[in-house]
Design a protein around this ligand. Structure first.
Ligand code: APR
Length: 242
């Protein structure tokens, strides 16, 4: 186990770092009111995300999966970025080299002004044709339950990486490059159980970075990190970059 350090040390490391990489999960959007996946408020009609966010679930019952995404669209459309999202925009502008990797599909980082980012699990406001593969923005709330592709009439699906699917190769190589070349890595609001995102903290550590997490519940690998700051992202992140 590493001797862990407190918020002042993390702040000093951030202030002096030229290269910073950040990984975010549902916890950063929880402060905007978006339910997390594994929290009790993330349940819809007693389905777990793992029962709906799969290619098999969509093949079996695309209407049911779209109904679930409509429930999530209805929630997310009303939400705004919070001080934690804005703190990361400040960090991006201040750092020589910065990259944000988010597992969130809600688009709140982009809405806050983040530009150097990979949305590695996709975006809830994008759709992709299951027949021709065309990707388009679609902000309908609600979206039609069996939406059709304007180009070929094929069935549209959410442009989201589901359980059992691979991440986009370019996103993945860009993320690993950022993880392995940073001086400081922040891990914010993720339970650290979904791969490959769960491998980023150990990879940054192995490459010699100072790695700190901000979370309500420590992740499986928390003890191996340099710092584990427990609390709400919206309180801790602004204090780290102010
Ligand atoms: N501030 C900081 N951390 C928080 C806050 C908060 N206000 N609220 C919750 N958390 C933490 C929780 O302690 C938990 O560790 O955020 C984490 C959320 O974990 P999950 O719900 O598992 O979300 P995430 O890690 O993003 O899930 C990863 O799994 O369902 C799939 O593809 C989906 O992107 C998602 C992936």
């Amino acid at each position: 186990m590493q001797p862990q350090v407190g918020i002042q040390e993390v702040r000093a490391r951030l202030a002096n770092a030229r290269a910073v990489t950040v990984l975010t999960g549902a916890g950063i959007s929880a402060d905007s009111g978006v339910p997390t996946f594994r929290g009790a408020d993330g349940l819809w009609r007693n389905f777990r995300a793992e029962d709906l966010a799969t290619p098999e679930a969509f093949a079996r019952d695309p209407r049911l999966v779209w109904e679930w995404y409509n429930w999530r669209r209805e929630i997310i459309v009303t939400k705004k970025p919070n001080p934690a999202h804005y703190a990361l925009v400040i960090l991006e502008r201040r750092c020589e080299r910065f990259w944000l990797i988010t597992q969130n599909v809600d688009g709140l980082h982009r809405a806050a002004g983040s530009r150097k980012l990979s949305e590695i699990h996709g975006n809830i406001w994008k759709v992709r044709c299951t027949a021709c593969g065309q990707i388009a923005e679609n902000r309908d709330v609600p979206i039609a339950l069996l939406p059709a592709c304007p180009a070929c009439s094929g069935l549209l699906r959410p442009h989201i990486v589901w359980f059992g699917e691979s991440l986009d190769a370019e996103d993945l190589s860009r993320s690993y490059e950022a993880v392995e070349s940073c001086e400081v890595m922040l891990i914010i609001g993720t339970s650290g159980v979904v791969y490959p995102a769960a491998s980023f903290a150990p990879a940054a550590k192995a490459a010699g970075a100072f790695v700190a997490e901000i979370t309500l519940d420590p992740a499986p690998y928390s003890e191996t990190l340099d710092a584990s700051l427990q609390g709400r992202a919206k309180d801790i992140l602004p204090a780290l970059v102010e």
